[in-house]
Design a protein around this ligand. Structure first.
Ligand code: NAP
Length: 503
């Protein structure tokens, strides 16, 4: 691998500590980092290099999935770490940074690549990109790449303005927009599963699928992010990016061995085929919710508007459920129900595919109660695949009962999303990053929702913390004759429980 310098803006921040340093360390242990590798951490505060390295070591002990206490490996790893003071708005700081980077790279004996990782607030993305260009940091190097974190814009107009700004300094193929859901192993497996299993290929159409449900539920509340979250809500924090990316990854009908370009082309096609939502439809297709006080795992928890830093009058959404339709050959007529929220009963990211009923029902063994075939992809925190079939119950006069075939991946020693994404960014593989086209089309789809919420045209349903969200979200499915899978059936659908049942 070629010599590479990672310039990390926000090196003293929470994301660097919890995700970026542990990911780099695990790549280092797996020999997936260049041997000539330097990380220059940046922040406004003066931090001596030995203190910076000690902070990195501490973050590995606390957050690395393995061997954070292997002192020899850790010591060797942090030798590549340096720190510079930089305020994003001070152009002279970039000049000093360039001199430092050149000094380090001079020792390589070959031209180094530069990866600029922006782990800072989105308001800094534009000024940083501009200063990288103006200072010459983006010149006289091998490749240069820009890695940015969400949120990418606040709405369609601000996202377009930000993209135009970044495009002055970086080409689209140099920009790596992280959506860490795309780094999750099960999400990356979806494509392979579809391509290598005729049984899935055959069923992956509106002919057999009744509906698809995508859920990302959190048990946590707003935590320490009140200022950010109260401006963002579930729609910007989760739906516009992670949830729509899951939808694209699930529904793109990809050819075998797809290139990054093909993956992005297909994802764009899905977004283009998504039936647009008009502002007057928001009230019927979108459910907006906010958690009220309740109980979670036996503990009383406060309502959203009682949380520190949240105004008592806040109308912010902590829950969204939506009905979407993809108007293309494969998916026409299949409703996609997507929901995400905070302070829900269970922490889980899960896709449930509900199949249509058999063409002919058995008169001898009628399906009562209705138990459709379900294919469930558990994306996190547990990873697994469950297939619900109907079988004869030998203990109950041959009545029909659902059985579960379950695969459960051991995730303890699996690379985390940030590991595979940072590795891909260094390797120049953009497959699992969000292309601007997808980002723009996603904002375009949610823009009427943002406007309807801002104008308060949509009811805000308060739901009790520790439940599955507002009853209105159940009615959204009930109107089509469906229900959310995993409410009362949660026990059955949880991978461990399903495995036990099978055993
Ligand atoms: P954070 O803990 O608040 O850290 C912010 C970093 O930015 C600090 O290192 C701070 O350094 C630096 N910074 C602030 N103002 C600066 C300035 N004027 N010049 C130079 N550096 C400045 O934030 P974070 O949680 O790490 O999040 C970073 C980014 O990732 C944000 O865009 C966030 O939305 C996104 N993100 C975070 C998470 C997460 O789990 N934390 C998840 C997804 C996305 P000094 O104070 O030392 O200057």
């Amino acid at each position: 691998m070629e010599p590479t310098t990672i310039v990390l803006f926000g090196a003293t921040g929470d994301l660097a500590k919890r995700k970026i340093y542990p990911a780099l360390y695990n790549l280092f242990l797996d020999r997936k980092l260049p041997s000539d590798f330097t990380l220059v951490g940046l922040g406004r505060r003066e931090v001596p290099v030995d203190v910076f390295r000690a902070n990195v070591e501490r973050s590995l002990r606390e957050f690395s999935r393995r061997e954070g206490s292997n002192s020899a490996a850790v010591s060797q790893f942090v030798q590549s770490f340096y720190y510079q003071v930089l305020d994003v708005g001070h152009s002279e700081d970039y000049d000093r940074l360039l001199r430092f980077v050149k000094e380090r790279e001079a020792g390589y004996g070959a031209v180094a690549n530069r990866l600029f990782y922006l782990s800072v607030g989105p308001e800094f993305f534009g000024p940083i990109a501009e200063n990288i260009k103006a200072s010459g940091l983006g010149s006289d190097c091998g490749w240069k790449r820009l890695v940015i974190e969400k949120p990418f814009g606040y709405d369609l107009a601000s996202a377009r303005a930000l993209n135009a700004k970044l495009s002055e300094s970086f080409a689209e193929d140099e920009i790596y927009r992280i959506d860490h859901y795309l780094g999750k192993p099960m999400v990356q497996k979806l494509e392979v599963l579809q391509q290598n299993n005729p049984v899935l290929q055959a069923l992956w159409t509106n002919r057999y699928i009744a509906n698809v449900q995508i859920t990302a539920s959190e048990t946590v509340g707003v935590e320490q992010r009140a200022a950010y979250y109260d401006q963002s809500g579930a729609i910007r924090d989760m739906f516009q990016n992670h949830m729509l990316q899951l939808l694209m990854m699930l529904t793109s009908q990809l050819p075998t061995n797809s290139s990054a370009e093909q993956v992005r082309f297909k994802k764009r096609k899905v977004m283009e085929a998504l039936e647009p939502l008009h502002r007057q439809q928001v009230g019927t297709q979108i459910i907006r919710g906010q958690y009220a006080e309740g109980n979670l795992k036996g503990q009383p928890v406060a309502g959203y508007t009682e949380e520190p830093g949240i105004a008592a009058t806040s109308m912010n959404d902590t829950y969204i459920a939506a009905k979407l339709q993809i108007d293309d050959y494969f998916w026409r007529g299949v409703p996609f129900y997507i929901r995400t929220g905070k302070r829900l009963q269970e922490k889980a990211t899960r896709i449930v595919i509900e199949f249509k009923e058999p063409l002919q029902q058995s008169a001898k063994h009628p399906l009562v109660p209705k138990t459709p075939n379900l294919l469930i992809f558990d994306i996190g925190p547990d990873e697994g695949i469950t297939l619900q079939l109907n079988a004869r119950d030998p203990k109950d006069k041959g009545a029909i009962k659902p059985i579960h075939i379950n695969f459960h991946e051991q995730t303890e020693d699996m690379p985390e999303a940030y590991e595979s994404l940072i590795r891909d960014a260094i390797a120049g593989d953009p497959t699992f990053f969000a292309h601007w086209d997808e980002v723009e089309l996603s904002w375009q789809w949610v823009q009427p929702i943002l406007e309807a919420f801002a104008a308060n045209e949509v009811p805000l349903h308060r739901y009790e913390a520790g439940t599955w969200g507002p009853a209105a979200a159940d009615e959204l499915l009930a109107a089509d004759g469906f229900r959310w899978w995993q409410d009362e059936q949660q026990e059955q659908l949880a991978p461990a429980a399903a495995a036990a049942q099978l055993a």
